[in-house]
Design a binder for this molecule. Structure first.
Ligand code: SAH
Ligand code: SF4
Length: 341
């Protein structure tokens, strides 16, 4: 097993069955995390890129079975920010030193292409990189957003197991999701994808396929996190993913894709109070602090137990910066594009 790790650390290649072997044992977890940490240091260094996350609408036309924003969930208190507020939050983020603004929402079609183009071009004037995470849209809209100044796009495949995808994303179509990812790549976005770890009936084979898929699609960023059951969804009674499994997925992904950007995700910190720092020491090099202000951050409830819902953006950046320094790392001062070799 240790030989497998050495091979992965040197060649950055593993077969599906080798990935499955690593996922199936906990015997060498510590060695795996350390190897991923060394590869992270060698390829992307000690810098941690911060991305300012603005959760601008929790309306969603989709009905993903795991997600609290799904349209059938009547318990959630819906909100959408107006353009001026979104731009103001972005300005505040810029003033706090952020170099990237991430605009995330449910699939809220009341944000028409024109409205989004206006918001993107206004935020672009602040001289920040812009990441969109607003779900599936037609090619023409992706193209228009790119031309308006969007640099990156996050769209998780969620799971590469088509049957599970169909079951848990009932209104969606796997092939259309794939079409979106390919369109985004061809338009020159830095492409972010990723998956949920611990969906009911998801196997280690599926997870190994997920990792191989990230590489195949040529992703520049990989965001993974444990699935956390939400009581207001059809998967309320599911077991959910474990922290250890999520960190192992992260570490193996770093071994195989040494120069990509990998966030330490909020869902990891929900399951472990030191989750993001452990992730940063097991292959991750990005953190996405929330800069949504006021009560909205409480209402953007994908899953329960979301961290920092009562904190201000100012508190979040100070807190995360101190934590990053405490593990011997530093906050990057550049835009944090993928450090391609
Ligand atoms: N609507 C957009 C962006 C918002 S959802 C989209 O779906 O791409 C952002 C991510 O939240 C999703 O990709 C999903 O992987 C994650 N998510 C949703 N419900 C979750 C849950 N119960 N536990 C963990 N992550 C969840
Ligand atoms: Fe909507 Fe995204 Fe949640 Fe699916 S995961 S219901 S698309 S917000």
């Amino acid at each position: 097993m240790k030989e497998l790790l050495t091979k992965a650390e040197i060649t950055h290649k593993l077969t599906k069955s080798e990935i499955i072997q690593l996922l199936s044992t906990d015997a060498i977890n510590e060695e795996l995390f350390k190897a991923a940490d060394r590869v992270r240091k060698q390829y992307v260094g000690d810098a941690v890129h911060l991305r300012a996350l603005i959760e601008f609408s929790n309306y969603c036309r989709q009905n993903c079975c795991y997600c609290g924003l799904r349209h059938s969930n009547e318990k959630i208190d819906r909100y959408r920010l107006d353009a001026a507020t979104i731009i103001e939050f972005a300005e505040n983020a810029k003033n706090m030193g952020y170099k990237t603004v991430v605009l995330q929402s449910g699939e809220d079609m009341s944000f028409t292409a024109d409205k989004l183009i206006f918001i993107i071009s206004e935020i672009k004037k602040l001289d920040v990189a812009i990441t969109l995470s607003i779900g599936e849209r037609p090619y023409a809209e992706y193209k228009a957003f790119r031309e308006a100044g969007a640099d990156r796009y996050l769209l998780r495949i969620e799971t590469t197991n088509r049957e599970l995808y169909k079951k848990y994303d009932p209104d969606m179509d796997y092939d259309n999701r794939m079409r979106c990812l390919k369109d985004l790549k061809s338009l020159g976005y830095e492409l972010g994808t990723g998956s949920l770890i611990g969906l009911p009936d998801q196997t280690v084979e599926d997870l190994a396929d997920d990792i191989l898929f990230f590489s195949e699609i040529g992703a520049d960023m990989i965001g993974m996190g444990p699935f956390i059951p939400n009581p207001d969804t059809p998967l309320a009674a599911a077991e959910g993913g474990t922290f250890t499994r999520a960190i192992k997925m992260l570490a193996i992904t770093r071994l195989l894709m040494p120069d990509v950007n990998i966030p330490a995700t909020t869902a990891m910190e929900t399951l472990n109070p030191e989750g993001r720092m452990i992730a940063l020491q097991s292959g991750a090099n990005v953190v996405m602090p929330n800069v949504t202000e006021g009560d909205y951050r409480k209402k953007y409830l994908l899953y329960p137990g979301k961290i920092c819902i009562n904190d201000s953006p100012f508190k979040c950046i100070n807190c995360i910066t101190a934590k990053i320094k405490s593990i011997g790392r530093y906050v990057s001062e550049d835009y944090g594009y993928r450090a391609k070799r």
